[in-house]
Design a protein around this ligand. Structure first.
Ligand code: ATP
Length: 194
């Protein structure tokens, strides 16, 4: 089974691109969404996050995101500990998901792919890019956030230049029609390689 990693900086348009691949019939696994689902559903993750952050980690069985975001924003050790709880379980969940798919290739969308050396587990990597200013503009429209918060996240991510060097395909996501054309080309190219 061919596994394609889809990545890109914050606000580049990974999910927008992933949805287009899905429309072409490609099974898509969005790691952030699945991680969030598991944080609310998995008993073991819940138990471990309560051990780490205390009872306030959940309100009515739902992850208390603002509470946790505040802690991890101020202390990176907590972010690491939280990732150590969640990542192995998402990896296992992904493996099980792969076994259930029947398609020439699969896509896994991951925000942080190169940064932790994970790129070796993919047959191909697609990086979505867009100018930083445009990404900030999109995120300010989508989320209740600030330019400073977005820039702080960008600082922790590899630059587009660095990602491009290690990618098999690059999608420049500015005008949607052009993005769509690049997606179709890449889709056909991967199918030919299978
Ligand atoms: P994150 O890093 O937060 O997960 P992402 O890389 O998955 O974000 P998206 O959520 O796909 O990015 O896109 C960010 C915002 O920009 C969304 O509101 C989306 O609708 C919008 N957007 C994405 N691509 C385009 C485009 N080509 N033209 C206009 N708006 C776009």
């Amino acid at each position: 089974m061919i596994i394609v990693g889809l990545t890109g900086g914050i606000g580049s348009g990974k999910t927008t691109v992933a949805k287009q691949f899905k429309k072409l019939g490609v099974p898509v696994y969005i790691a952030d969404v699945e991680a969030k689902n598991l944080m609310n559903k998995s008993k073991i993750i819940k138990r471990k996050l309560i051990q780490l952050f205390g009872d306030k980690a959940y309100i009515n069985d739902t992850l208390n995101k603002p509470f946790i975001a505040d802690i991890i924003f101020n202390d990176k050790n907590y972010l690491q500990k939280m990732n150590d709880i969640i990542h192995p379980r998402v990896a296992k969940h992904f493996k099980n998901w792969v076994l259930k798919q029947d398609a020439p290739y699969l896509i896994k969308e991951v925000a942080i792919l190169f940064e932790n050396g994970g790129h070796k587990s993919y047959d191909y990597i697609i990086t979505v890019t867009a100018p930083k200013d445009l990404r900030i503009k999109r995120l300010l429209m989508r989320d209740n956030t600030t330019k400073e918060k977005i820039q702080a996240i960008m600082k922790n991510q590899w630059s587009d230049e660095e990602k491009i060097k290690h990618s098999h395909y690059v999608i420049e996501n500015t005008a949607l029609e052009l993005t769509q054309k690049q997606i179709v080309n890449i889709h056909e190219n991967i199918l030919e390689s299978v």
